[in-house]
Design a protein around this ligand. Structure first.
Ligand code: GRF
Length: 195
């Protein structure tokens, strides 16, 4: 049985990518095969190279439509025989057609306890609402943003003196623990014909 081939899609720093690389390093069953960024300057590309993982830049600026961009992503993923896709700070919305092609095979991590606080600026909104608890969620990607079936969540307490920045840092630490666990859970749930 060959290892499951995983692609990670990023746009920036890639600290969640790093957590996934560290967790799967040397694993005979899970292999991060490809890292794709839509942004050539993403620091996560350096993390991937350092870990010996192939990288690709697929810039949305090179495609006139979202369909064309998503087709280029799909081509790269199928050429590398990818089984599972992890979005990790990938800042592009994907078309319903692309999402359907990767249904049950594409995960995303979001910095809130979904279904609360979908979208951007989650930490500032959590603080403005006076919430005592927030957290992070890994979910399957569906056409609606941040709305897919939840795979795993972790709670993070909100402190009285938290700023959006301090809260983001603690949620990020929780993300780095959660994403590898959720990836393993999703990998175990894949149909056996793919592994
Ligand atoms: C994380 O907070 C993740 O939840 C969100 O984007 C951020 C990516 O951070 N989707 P990093 O690039 O993994 O450091």
């Amino acid at each position: 049985m060959r290892p499951l081939k995983i692609a990670v899609l990023i746009s920036g720093n890639g600290s969640n990518l790093q957590a996934l690389l560290d967790d799967t390093n040397g694993d005979p069953h899970l292999h991060i095969t490809l890292v794709i960024s839509n942004n050539a300057d993403a620091y996560g590309l350096q993390r991937a190279t350092q870990a010996g993982v192939a990288t690709m830049v697929v810039s949305h600026k090179d495609y006139s439509t979202r369909d064309a961009f998503d087709n280029a992503l799909h081509k790269a993923l199928t050429e590398h025989k990818i089984d599972l896709v992890c979005l990790a700070g990938f800042m592009r919305l994907l078309t319903p057609a692309f999402v359907e092609r990767w249904r049950q095979r594409m995960l995303n991590i979001h910095p809130s306890l979904l279904p609360a606080y979908k979208g951007l600026n989650t930490h500032a909104r959590v603080l403005a609402d006076g919430q005592k608890t927030t957290g992070c969620t890994v979910h399957y990607v569906v056409a609606d943003m941040d709305a897919g079936p939840i795979i795993a969540q972790a709670n993070v307490a909100v402190h009285e003196d938290d700023t959006a920045h301090s809260l983001q840092q603690r949620v990020h630490e929780a993300e780095h623990r959660l994403y590898p666990q959720a990836l393993r859970k999703a990998a175990a749930a894949l149909p056996s014909s793919q592994s």
